[in-house]
Ligand binder design. Structure first.
Ligand code: SF4
Length: 312
């Protein structure tokens, strides 16, 4: 019998480095760097946009940097912003929070985004809201799930305040929805757990193990130097089955490779919308542009102009 053919959903995006093709079903990226695109034709939306849907969360992790004031994005307005981003060449949206599954119309949002746009739909979750019912509703409307697992066993329980055994049951449900990755917060407390965490990620079939060196709340500064050196040495020794990754802003001192040219401006790669509807270069920036009635296209233009002018 023939294997089931893979249904590709390719989207193209013009960038300084060439023509970027992305398939949201398989997550495959192809950069055709022999195709030169004139700057006036470069896609104006960032490659990826993260959106904090709500500041609400039912956990209270000590290292949490999500704002504590109540805020939630309006559903219809958000859909309109996502349509604009899709039209302007964005490839994927990552919903976060707070805890995105606490957003009142979370399932509708994922379904509508997957249907109305060509964006890859991803989200980051603590995982504890997942049961078979939520999994069934999301299946087919989500392309990748990022699950936070900071440490294992009692370390996880001390940080998250939930039983680790319960987390593993939830992870088993999550893996039935879509490909998933583990987000691992690295600090002095969690770093001894790296080997076990990476092994568990492999056992559950994770597609990625994302290292997130801890930052000080509200700042771009990472944690202590000893932990950073230990992490570097762990990465160099790592031979596990799950591919490692690290965000661009956390990659200092780690052996990484990136296909993208450094002349991509910061907003070409990524932008963040907070739960109050403010567009920022990253979630760690305090200031940004309130998106408002003019939509996210206008807000991006203003933010880009501000970035070019530099601090005043
Ligand atoms: S699960 Fe995430 S949003 Fe919730 S308290 Fe912990 S770090 Fe903050």
């Amino acid at each position: 019998m023939d294997p089931t053919p893979i249904r590709h959903e390719w989207k193209s995006r013009a960038e300084p480095g060439g023509l970027h093709l992305f398939d949201r079903v398989t997550g495959l990226n192809v950069l055709l760097d022999e195709i030169r695109v004139a700057p006036q034709h470069w896609s104006t939306a960032p490659r990826q946009v993260s959106v904090a849907l709500t500041n609400a969360c039912d956990l209270s992790c000590s290292f949490c940097f999500a704002p504590k004031r109540r805020a939630e994005l309006p559903f219809e307005t958000l859909i309109q912003w996502l349509v604009e981003l899709d039209e302007d060449g964005c490839l994927g949206v990552g919903f976060g929070g707070g805890e995105p599954t606490k957003y009142p119309r979370f399932v509708d949002l994922c379904r509508l985004t997957a249907r109305r746009t060509q964006l890859a739909v991803t989200f980051t979750t603590h995982g504890h809201s997942f049961d078979r019912s939520l999994a069934a509703k999301l299946k087919g409307s989500v392309h990748f799930i990022r699950v936070s697992m900071d440490g294992v066993g009692t370390t996880y329980e001390a940080l998250r305040g939930r039983p680790f055994s319960e987390f593993l049951v939830r992870l088993d449900v999550i893996k039935s929805v879509a490909p998933f990755g583990i987000n691992f917060l690295v600090n002095a407390q969690t770093i001894p757990c790296l080997d076990t965490a990476a092994r568990i990620a492999g056992d559950f079939g994770a597609a990625e193990f994302l290292l997130l060196p801890e930052r000080e709340a509200g700042s771009a500064r990472s944690g202590d130097t000893a932990t950073a050196l230990q992490l570097r040495s762990w990465v160099e020794r790592y031979r596990g089955s799950v591919p490692l990754s690290v965000s661009e802003t956390d990659s200092d001192g780690l052996p990484t490779c990136s296909p993208f040219r450094p002349d991509d401006d910061r907003l070409g790669a990524y932008a963040h919308v907070d739960a109050q509807g403010v567009l920022k270069p990253t979630s760690f920036d305090e200031k940004g542009i309130a998106i408002g009635e003019g939509g996210i296209r206008r807000a991006l233009r203003v933010l880009r102009d501000n970035e070019r002018q530099g601090p005043t």
